[in-house]
Design a protein around this ligand. Structure first.
Ligand SMILES: [Zn+2]
Length: 365
């Protein structure tokens, strides 16, 4: 039987792993209930680790907290003999996981939700998180992805959480606040945000997007001093609502580039509002990575580096980062990943599995 929790209930209930931990404590008869989070046996300074899995122009980003809680944002494509599920499970194993606590689906397009059945067959999932019903039923591929997901929820006893704007997701060890869901957007500025955004007046206005992209479940994830933004494939018109005329998001340290770096998203008003230090783009060789988006991100004033999962063929030499910042260069598909490690003091490290090298970013002053 499926379990669907309303947003208000989500906020009140404890996460499944917390419940099971409490269960273990009860069996042992040890009264650890009053101990604060920080007294658990986690080595000091252990980072939040984030794997940017190469799903060839889809999205799949795995967050693993120092306590071992996990959140996967999106599952990549179906088909390809389970390629994307295999790559996600390989990342999970590297992180020492035997299950994924939460799988968040930003929206139901095939490059985000299509991989759910193959993934679920390969690794246990604690609960799924989504924005509610599919709003693009006329798109055959999208409807098929949605139906396969719904079938899994109803037949496999999978838990499902529908997240609303303002919810804090029930994940221990980091704070994940919902800023967009099912077309609704954050209405009040987050702490530290709220200034007027001068880039609004010069950013082109675009028609309302009617697809599932505009329904994307977007989150701001805070760990220690670091803020990370993931808006899924949220489109240009919604970005403007979110950061104009008032910047409701505020600056972030890491921008998981929207929509694979495609020109339907990543407008100048958004980049001026969030002004990231590091951007990581989950593009494919022939998907996303639009030259105009690349320029907008690259010209963002605080940006230090733009990392890419793939060299963008469309970008050619002028609109791609230098090779050390790219996980997959033209040639045979080897599925290299990027891993971002976030220390609570604000230190960032990005590891490129192709080059086996790490770039270190000290905390901002
Ligand atoms: Zn997409």
């Amino acid at each position: 039987m499926s379990q669907t929790f309303s947003a208000s209930f989500v906020l009140k209930r404890r996460a499944p792993s917390a419940l099971s931990r409490l269960g273990v404590v009860a069996i042992l008869g040890i009264a650890f209930f009053a101990l604060p989070e920080s007294s658990r046996a986690v080595p000091p300074g252990k980072p939040l680790e984030i794997y940017f899995v190469d799903v060839e122009g889809g999205q799949s980003t795995l967050f693993v907290t120092p306590e071992g809680q996990s959140l996967l944002i999106d599952t990549g494509w179906p088909g390809n003999a389970g390629r994307d599920a295999d790559r996600i499970v390989a990342a999970a194993k590297k992180a020492g996981l035997s299950k994924i606590d939460f799988v968040l689906l930003t929206h139901y397009h095939i490059d985000h939700t299509g991989g759910v059945p193959q993934l679920f067959a390969k690794i246990p999932v604690g609960a799924f998180i989504d924005h509610g019903p599919n709003r693009e039923p006329d798109n055959r591929e999208t409807e098929q992805s949605w139906e396969a997901y719904q079938k899994l929820i109803s037949t496999q006893n999978a838990k499902r959480i529908i997240a609303k704007v303002g919810d804090i997701l029930p994940i221990e060890g980091l704070r994940a606040e919902v800023v967009s869901s099912d077309g609704a957007l954050l209405q009040k500025p987050l702490p530290g945000a709220g200034a007027e955004n001068p880039a609004c007046s010069t950013t082109e206005k675009r028609p309302t997007d009617q697809t599932e992209n505009a329904r994307s479940l977007g989150t701001i994830i805070t760990f220690g001093k670091i803020r990370i933004l993931d808006l899924g494939d949220l489109t240009w018109d919604k970005e403007l609502e979110l950061v104009c005329p008032i910047n409701k998001l505020g600056p972030v340290d890491v921008f998981i580039v929207s929509h694979h770096g495609w020109l339907q998203s990543n407008g100048p008003a958004l980049l001026a509002a969030i002004s990231p230090r590091i951007a990581i783009m989950d593009n494919g060789a022939t998907k996303g990575g639009s030259p105009s988006s690349w320029d907008i991100i690259k010209n963002s004033p605080r940006l230090v580096d733009l990392w890419q999962l793939h060299f963008s063929n469309e970008g050619s030499a002028a609109h791609n980062s230098p090779d050390p910042f790219i996980a997959n260069l033209p040639g045979p598909d080897t599925g290299n990943y990027l891993k971002l490690s976030v220390a609570a003091d604000g230190t960032l490290d990005v590891f490129n599995s192709r080059t086996q090298t790490t770039k270190h970013y000290p905390p901002r002053q």
